[in-house]
Ligand binder design. Structure first.
Ligand code: NA7
Length: 555
């Protein structure tokens, strides 16, 4: 392996090991990408993975209560029908260790590990315009070259640890939920703080409250939670689903969000209060995302309809939390329902009835600093043994811009995206030829059940690479016009909804200084799939294809 000093310009580094493709990340997307390119196209592929094993999100997020919010029967690969039949999920919503076991099983079954280099981060990559190849540098100082660079970096993989003054002085232990210690953390007899009340914190808080002596929750923005209603799935239902996977796959691929959940095809304003109550109750009782993405179809478009849904959830909070002052603090008031990611809970609001749990709300007491003993908020010092930061991620763009990616003329992706992500289909970026992103910004991505979107992207990318091989082409790049048109379209669809009204991570609003742009495509996974298929069917419309295998240094 060529070891090259960090200071050497990547474009001048030659005579390095060559691959057809380098894939960054060995989570759900990188693993399947490797399988497609290596086992179906016969390409040489090197996957780099920061963790010391496969799993991506499910490798890192080991915090107590970590669980998937998509139902297990569709939170999995569907490309191999035998795999679908043989794997048995134990619950409706799989827990982190079970998903990690599943991904390990897949890695073994398809013999993936031999082409994955673990404990290695890709730190930089530069496109060489002479050879139409990427030069890729890793955290170990290696440099390799690849025709294609595929970012399978995940959407929620770059943790956001806010710059609290004094963190380095804290004498206890602190953890970010995304970088949880492998052996777990013992909270017995400990005074614990959780900072944040997003989907992660909503899972963590009830769990930690069971062990900790005292748990204090620092809330900046309250969350609209809906019960997950996790549990064992009726074996008859499991059997019926196994028998119907062809149908299930067809339906989720053509759905709005990659789930078998559909909007009620009328306005919330068209039903009587009694009828509405029945519809809301049905979804509340069903648990999961039904209340969010299976509600009245105008809920995410019309403020009045949205208010009706929000009011229902506010009543639930008031009915659950014993102390009316605490209940009011837990009720969201500053953004429309559903415009921040829906957290699914198991006894979240009930937890605030426990004697060992305290809520500190930023409206009364914003966090001022971390002290050697704990957290100072609203002028008061709270003492802790452990602080848990459930403060989320630099979503979607963060995992990409934190790599020094340089396209044509050495321009960096961070510069290019200074005012927000510009992509064609969320798959490609003008000026960055032969780079593909899996579930990148501008694709349905985080607004869908991730494996559905991942499989679609992986299959589209490998079909595209296959097309290039067959046509003896070595370079593909989104045209400026196609990128501009798509980026405009992503924004116009988002602007037609209420989604842009919240300070959500979808909008980049959780990160100080990040441009305020809705980063996912809201047109729906079915519509999006059709668009991608049309682009491919028209000879990769919107892309400039060129080069020849001869000019471009082999395949
Ligand atoms: P989220 O949803 O971004 O939640 C992070 C939480 O941390 C949220 O309540 C934030 O408040 C809070 N936060 C962030 N920065 C600060 C500072 N500086 N001070 C106080 N509080 C802060 O991340 P999660 O990990 O819960 O979920 C991410 C996704 O992972 C989830 O949606 C699923 O898709 C899986 P805010 O709301 O920004 O005011």
């Amino acid at each position: 392996m060529a070891i090259v000093p960090e200071s050497a310009p990547l474009s001048l580094t030659r005579s390095v090991p060559e691959f057809d493709a380098v894939v960054i990340g060995a989570g759900f997307s990188g693993m399947y990408m490797l399988h497609r390119l290596r086992d179906m196209l016969g390409l040489s592929v090197r996957v780099y993975e920061d963790g010391d094993d496969v799993g991506g999100t499910w490798y890192w997020n080991r915090y107590p209560g970590a669980r998937c919010d998509s139902e297990s029967y569709i939170y999995c690969y569907t490309f191999d029908r035998q795999l679908l039949q043989e794997w048995q999920w134990s619950e409706r919503y799989p827990e982190q260790p079970e998903i990690l076991r599943y991904l390990n099983h897949v890695a073994d079954r398809f013999d993936l590990r031999r082409d994955i280099q673990f404990s290695t981060r890709v730190t930089a990559a530069a496109f060489d315009e002479e050879t139409n190849r990427w030069q890729v540098r890793t955290s170990l100082g290696e440099v390799v070259s690849a025709r294609y660079l595929i970012a399978a970096v995940g959407t929620l993989s770059k943790a956001n640890l806010p710059k609290f003054r004094g963190l380095e002085t804290f004498r206890g232990k602190w953890y970010h939920t995304n970088q949880w210690p492998q052996g777990g953390v013992d909270f017995t007899a400990k005074r614990v703080a959780v900072v944040g009340t997003g989907a992660t914190a909503v899972q963590v808080i009830p769990e930690v409250s069971q062990q900790a002596k005292q748990l204090t929750v620092f809330q900046r923005t309250p969350a609209f939670c809906v019960p997950a209603r996790n549990g064992k799935v009726d074996p008859e239902v499991v059997k019926a689903r196994k028998a119907d996977y062809d149908g299930i796959v067809e339906r989720i691929r053509n759905s709005q969000f990659g789930h078998e959940i559909y909007f009620i095809e009328k306005s919330a304003l068209d039903d009587s209060p009694e009828e509405r109550q029945r519809e809301f109750d049905k979804r509340w009782d069903a648990g999961g995302f039904a209340f969010w993405i299976g509600n009245y179809q105008d809920m995410l478009f019309n403020q009045e309809a949205n208010d009706l849904c929000a009011d229902y959830l506010k009543r639930k909070i008031r009915a659950t939390v014993n102390d009316p002052v605490v209940a009011e603090k837990l009720i969201p008031k500053t953004y429309p329902y559903g415009t921040k990611r829906q957290p699914l809970d198991t006894n979240y609001f009930e937890t605030f009835n426990k004697a060992n749990v305290l809520l500190v709300d930023a409206a009364d007491a914003p966090i001022e600093e971390i002290t050697p003993k704990g957290i100072r908020a609203g002028g008061e010092e709270y003492e802790f043994d452990i602080i848990i930061f459930a403060t989320g991620f630099d979503a979607l763009t963060g995992p990409l811009t934190s790599i020094d990616l340089r396209g044509r003329a050495g321009k960096s992706l961070s510069e290019k995206w200074a005012d927000g992500p510009h992509t064609y289909l969320g798959l490609a970026v003008t000026g960055f030829p032969n780079l593909f992103m899996i579930t990148g910004p501008g694709s349905p991505s985080v607004m869908s059940n991730m494996p559905v979107s991942i499989e679609q992207h992986v299959e589209w990318i490998s079909d595209c690479v296959n097309y290039m091989l067959k046509h003896n082409l070595t370079v593909i790049e989104a045209t400026p016009a196609a990128e501009a048109e798509w980026t405009f379209h992503v924004a116009e669809v988002a602007d037609a909804t209420l989604m842009t009204r919240a300070n959500s991570w979808y909008m980049g609003a959780n990160m100080p200084g990040k441009p305020r742009v809705f980063m996912a495509y809201l047109g729906g996974v079915g519509v999006y799939r059709q668009k991608c298929d049309e682009v491919a069917a028209h000879g990769y419309k919107g892309f400039a294809l060129g080069g020849t295998a001869q000019s471009g240094n082999g395949r």
